[in-house]
Design a protein around this ligand. Structure first.
Ligand code: DON
Length: 317
């Protein structure tokens, strides 16, 4: 700290310890060069692999930011927990649970395999997320996407836009997700027009966020659904707690067991390069770095979460 008789400028430039830790993470992991930017959605391949931002939001509404925390990128699979929570509150838990399981699949995110009841294993894999978008479409019809976009905006504390190019790119190439959609319809998980449901899903994945937004969204999950910056109760504590439960067991796909064993913080990744981590009653973390490992998880983002968990002893168990 600066000397006690230093002027106010010296005090404001002194960095709080948490920010010093985040700065050290950013410096330590910037040289990490492994992984590859996702390009199965062609437009995602244009991301700048050098971008790296880390943001952490505490439950008193303080937001720390280091690096590229204001660069917009698409939310992708990090939309899944929020749309699941929204489906629970919109249609009721019984309706949602009647068509989507809560068991980890052990499969990659894009697996076409369903469970023994021919339902998606859980809402974190593509099949379960498409089923959630289908439920919202069932409840809201043509207004489904805007209903989702507005709800995610309340988690972030600001209105969120869509990357139309990424949306169009996934919509023209997303045949595997379409195949999953038809499989869900033949098993009565989706009741509506499959093409319309998939458009909702592709659009929700193309919602633009920053690492800072993700930190605030994660902190809202960690805060039983109350956005710590705006003070708004976005969804019910019930929906939030069930969402964190499935994030804990399945948020990191076929790396979920390893993740909860080693890091012990509920988390969700997206192929856009984001990782969201929410430690109940403690904090929310958002990171952005587009190079991914073979599971589709951001390489630098994983390193940040590992360091945060071990440095502050945050493993929840
Ligand atoms: O459906 C897809 O393949 C993408 N829109 C989202 C996948 C994703 O983010 C997987 N996460 N790591």
């Amino acid at each position: 700290p600066p000397p006690l008789n230093a002027g106010p400028a010296a005090w404001t430039s002194s960095k709080p310890p948490l920010l010093r830790f985040l700065n050290a993470c950013h410096a330590d992991f910037t040289p990490e060069s492994s992984g590859a930017v996702a390009d199965y959605i062609p437009e995602l391949g244009k991301a700048d692999p050098s971008h790296f931002g880390i943001s952490l939001a505490t439950l008193d509404g303080h937001v720390y930011e280091v690096g590229d925390t204001q660069i917009p990128f698409t939310i992708q699979s990090m939309s899944k927990p929020f749309v699941f929570a929204l489906a629970l509150d919109t249609l009721g838990a019984a309706r949602v649970e009647s068509v989507i399981g809560v068991e980890p699949s052990g499969d990659p995110f894009n697996s076409i395999r369903l469970n023994a009841e021919n339902h998606p294993f859980n809402p974190m894999v593509n099949a379960g997320a498409i089923a959630c978008s289908g439920l919202i479409h069932e409840a809201k019809g043509d207004a489904a996407f805007d209903y989702i976009r507005q709800a995610l905006g309340r988690f972030a504390g600001r209105d969120l836009d869509v990357d139309d190019a990424v949306y169009a790119s996934e919509s023209t190439t997303g045949d595997r997700n379409r195949a999953i959609g038809y499989l869900l319809r033949t098993n009565a998980v989706i009741k509506d027009n499959v093409a319309a449901v998939l458009e909702v899903y592709f659009r929700q994945c193309a919602i633009l966020v920053t690492a800072r937004d993700i930190a605030v969204m994660a902190a809202t999950l960690a805060n039983r659904g109350i956005n710590p910056v705006t003070g708004e109760q976005v969804l019910t504590p019930y929906a939030i707690s069930r969402t964190l439960s499935v994030m804990t067991s399945s948020g990191m796909y076929d790396y979920a067991g390893e993740w909860i064993y080693r890091i012990g913080i509920p988390a969700k990744s997206g192929v856009g390069g984001g990782i969201l981590a929410a430690l109940p009653a403690r904090l929310g973390l958002g990171s952005y770095s587009p190079k991914l490992d073979k599971h589709g998880n951001s390489v630098r983002g994983i390193k940040v979460c590992e360091a945060l968990s071990s440095h502050y002893d945050l493993h929840m168990l």
